[in-house]
Design a protein. Structure first.
Length: 309
């Protein structure tokens, strides 16, 4: 069958435009693999492709989830499987693109079936966070499951709570459950490329893009989310720019402060994405320049040639 093409990269690295270019060249359709671009509430702040960006190439799983839903990796994997099979059935090439490494990892390496932890264990994990703080929660996670803990970038309470509660409330730690998985797409059926642009240039693009987001109505997007009074714990409310720009809704004088915080946090997020790409996608093609892109596309041509094209 045609290979499933996976394009990963940090935010603002140009992966979406390259995915469209690849789809045009190889009769493909683009499929979203970005956790924030699934939300219809985040057209601007997630840099979701607009109609002009799509260049008449079909795009799937963009902006199809309401912000009041806690959309999970498991839900994405279940949905994307059907989309990939549909694209292949129509003799098109699936081109997955996004910055959510966990989505790609779940698709190509497998997603564990983890039993629900005992409620007492969940309460115990939450109690550690509430009374002792995030540092104590991380310490507990590292003691209970050092393998899973080392994969957590920064202070991520949701994932650290998951590690602790699973270790305390099931028969094995999270890393054990993750080790017993099967990929949806075996390695011989997919090709992966990770964009690794120059850091300084990437950070400059991040700064420029966030300025453009505000010019395009990013603050109004934040206003609409605020009006919905959604829980601040929902993923859509944690998108970079939402909380940072919230004070500017009532005081225009602090727009500049919100912009600087958003740019800073986006740069930090991009740095974490670099770490993930290098640590978890060692077998993927590393794309640092146009020559690397051309080499990857030549390999796609060779793979497609074996499919009778």
């Amino acid at each position: 069958m045609k290979p499933v093409l996976c394009i990963a990269g940090p935010t603002a690295s140009g992966k979406s435009a390259w995915a469209v270019s690849i789809a045009k060249r190889f009769e493909g359709e683009v499929i979203n693999a970005d956790a924030m671009q699934v939300y219809r509430d985040l057209l601007i702040l997630s840099a979701r492709p607009r109609k002009d960006d799509m260049q008449n190439i079909p795009h799937h799983m963009f902006g199809h989830v309401d912000g009041n839903i806690r959309y999970s990796t498991g839900q994405w994997v279940r949905e994307v499987q059907d989309v990939i099979l549909d694209v292949l059935a129509r003799d098109k090439t699936p081109v997955l693109v996004g910055g959510t490494g966990l989505y790609f990892k779940a698709l190509t390496e497998g997603l564990a079936e983890i039993p629900q932890p005992d409620p007492c264990a969940i309460d115990e994990a939450n109690q550690i966070l509430e009374t002792q703080g995030i540092a104590a929660l991380r310490d507990k996670a590292e003691i209970l499951d050092p393998v899973a803990s080392v994969r957590i970038l920064g202070n991520d309470p949701q994932r650290l709570l998951r590690i602790v509660s699973v270790a305390l409330g099931t028969s094995a730690p999270l890393s054990h459950w993750h080790s017993n998985t099967r990929p949806f797409i075996p390695k011989k059926y997919w090709m992966g490329a990770k964009l690794l642009p120059d850091r300084a240039a990437l950070y400059q693009r991040i700064n420029q893009r966030f300025d453009a987001m505000i010019d395009q109505g990013g603050l109004e997007e934040v206003r609409k989310l605020d009006a919905r009074a959604l829980s601040p714990m929902l993923p859509v409310m944690k998108a970079i720019g939402v909380q940072q720009m919230m004070p500017a809704l009532t005081d225009a004088r602090v727009i500049g402060d919100g912009l600087e915080l958003s740019k800073r946090d986006t740069r930090r997020f991009a740095k974490r994405q670099f770490t993930w790409l290098r640590g978890n996608m060692a077998s993927w093609y590393g794309i640092e320049n146009k020559s690397d892109k051309a080499a990857f596309e030549r390999d796609i041509e060779r793979r497609l040639a074996t499919c009778g094209l």
